[in-house]
Design a protein around this ligand. Structure first.
Ligand code: FES
Length: 133
């Protein structure tokens, strides 16, 4: 990622191509896995935000093949969004501070001093459930 994008906080991970692949109710995000094509392969990710969702969420498939979810908000002062780094087993803030975290949100490096509290995920048939509470 270039410096220009970092200054502006423009990240690589995007909202899902199929905007209707997820919904939010009763503190839980429900994602239809067949429609969230970005999550089909390790390293894929989707940004979920807006609507009734109380905070930005990054949902991703790790290099371990498992699903993970974190609040999409770096703990450093600018609170920028995060990007998955495929093949590196970690995520990185898209700001110039480049804070890095593991899949569980533990801080690894960069300007941030605190870790990110991970969100619980559960596969329920053909759906992925992310709990915000
Ligand atoms: S906001 Fe993430 S490193 Fe500054």
């Amino acid at each position: 990622m270039g410096l220009f994008k970092r200054i502006l906080g423009i990240c690589e991970n995007r909202p899902p191509a199929d905007a209707g692949c997820w919904s939010f109710a009763d503190g839980k995000i429900e994602i239809a896995l067949a429609r969230a094509v970005e999550l089909a392969q390790p390293g894929g990710a989707i940004r979920l935000e807006g609507g009734s969702l109380p905070r930005r969420v990054l949902v991703f498939r790790g290099d371990d093949g498992r699903y993970h979810a974190l609040p999409n908000r770096c703990t450093h002062i600018a609170h920028r969004r995060l990007d998955v780094l495929p093949g590196q087993g970690k995520i990185r803030c898209c700001s110039i501070g480049q804070s890095e975290f593991d899949y569980a949100g533990r801080r690894l490096a960069g300007s941030a001093k605190e870790s990110i509290m991970p969100l619980a995920v559960e596969v329920d048939g053909d759906k992925l459930i992310v709990s915000l509470e």
